[in-house]
Design a protein around this ligand. Structure first.
Ligand code: PLP
Length: 438
């Protein structure tokens, strides 16, 4: 069984998280239920921050809130002294509603609308991560209209492709995000912003991918960007205050994943930035990173009740749970893999191999293929691990299934932080047909 964070088996032989019995959580809140191990989130946040502090580099660790955005989560990020990334008006709204300090919010996205940019400017956003020329023009005009200056990072694509275990440099990156570093787009954006009276250029940003298990890609990105910054420094006398290297640090979904400790990514990134800056006699910029998954992914566990069962003789045994692609679309979307145990008897011997199906009307709605489990019955509770990132945040109402609640657990206490949706919630925005149509 998986032992991360505070997950363990208690005296009753039940799975316990944050000192709270998962069987009693399921009884109190119902299933499906997302349970977050708050201590593990804190531990991850501190590991990133502490490593920067030890290395004596100015930094910001921004939680990429798209991984899991809810008011309580944003409050927790604030408590831990994190900054915050948002990628939409809705995420910004959530952050502001949570009372998150707006000067530490960074706004991302490849197609921010005029309304979203206005909302960010009016709130006094910490910085805009500018993605394209359309946005730069719109931002410039809006700032001029409002008589308001704004700080920005330029998102650049350094042309690095991940090939399973290697990274290769490509002349150009085929991505919808950012200004290309190689073909002159990034430099044109730089010139545009440097001549702006409204946009203050803080620095550059890149994000090379997700679920990355080694540091080579980050090191390459630093080299590529520092090369360019050196050129720009010589040509324009500009050197950024901030170098933001994005997120994407890998986590352990199953035993096949071998992530590095959070501190290691930071150490390698800082080492390379210092080396590149030193050899070029450039200052060491402030370094920002943006972990999402690695802060919250392993901290989340989803509890389901086991329901129906189907055997296809000589082929497969299916067990179905009371959720599925509506609360975790990642297996259907990316063929993502998960591990699970029976929360009410995690130590019982596994006697069969089953495939765990969701309850949605879609053959692709499978959560786990070929999972060893004890013989299950309908009293059993399934705990699927590592669902804390892109689970709740990608949850949907397919089949009009209400979204599950979220509970935080820590030091033997539990607190409901997102209520279960009700059937009334599902029809809240529906309007009755008036016949005949007028
Ligand atoms: C998605 C994203 C992140 C977070 O990625 P994780 O894999 O969850 O760490 C960080 N920065 C940017 C720009 C992103 O798009």
């Amino acid at each position: 069984m998986k032992h991360n964070g505070s997950v363990k088996v208690n005296g009753k032989g039940h799975l316990e998280i944050g000192g709270v019995d998962t069987v009693s959580l399921a009884a109190r809140y119902g299933t499906p239920l997302y349970v977050y191990d708050v201590a593990l989130i804190r531990q991850r946040a501190r590991a990133f921050k502490e490593t920067f502090r030890k290395l004596g580099v100015k930094s910001q660790v921004a939680y990429a809130s798209k991984a899991f955005s809810a008011i309580a989560m944003i409050q927790l990020a604030d408590e831990e002294g994190l900054s915050l990334d948002v990628v939409s008006g809705g995420e910004l709204y959530t952050a502001l509603a949570a009372g998150f300090p707006v000067e530490h919010i960074h706004f991302h996205g490849n197609n921010k609308s005029r309304e979203e940019l206005e909302m960010a400017l009016d709130a006094g956003i910490g910085c805009i991560v500018a993605d394209n020329f359309y946005e730069l023009d719109m931002l410039e005009n809006l700032c001029a209209e409002k008589g308001r200056k704004v700080s920005a990072l330029l998102r650049v694509t350094p042309g690095i492709e991940a090939h399973t275990h290697d990274y290769i440099l490509t002349g150009q990156e085929d991505s919808k995000f950012g200004f290309d570093l190689q073909n002159g787009q990034a430099e044109a954006a730089l010139k545009q912003v440097l001549s702006s009276g409204w946009i203050k250029l803080l620095g550059v940003h890149c994000h090379i991918g997700s679920q990355i298990f080694e540091t080579a890609g980050f090191v390459l990105a630093v080299q590529k960007i520092m090369d360019k910054l050196d050129e720009w420094h010589a040509r324009y006398g500009y050197f950024p205050e901030v170098l933001n290297l994005g997120g994407g640090f890998g986590i352990r979904y199953t035993e096949e994943d071998h992530p590095l400790p959070p501190a290691y990514y930071v150490e390698e990134i800082v080492k390379e930035v210092k080396k590149q800056a030193g050899s070029r006699r450039l200052p060491v910029p402030e370094i920002w990173i943006e972990p999402g998954r690695s802060l919250v992914g392993e901290a989340g566990t989803t509890l389901y009740s086991v329901g129906s069962r189907k055997e296809v003789p000589h082929v497969r045994k299916y067990i179905a749970v009371d959720g599925g692609m509506s609360d975790n679309i990642r297996p259907a979307l990316y063929d993502a893999k998960y591990e699970a145990v029976l929360a009410n008897r995690p130590l019982d011997k596994c006697e069969e191999t089953v495939s765990v199906a969701g309850k949605c009307c879609e053959s692709g709605d499978m959560l786990i293929w070929d999972l060893p489990l004890p013989k299950t019955g309908s009293d059993d509770l399934l705990a699927v691990f590592c669902t804390g990132a892109y689970g709740y945040s990608m949850a949907n109402n397919y089949n009009r299934i209400p979204r599950p609640p979220v509970v935080f657990v820590e030091n033997g206490k539990d607190e409901l932080v997102v209520k279960r949706e009700t059937y009334e919630d599902l029809i809240r925005n529906d309007l009755r047909l008036r016949v005949p149509l007028s």
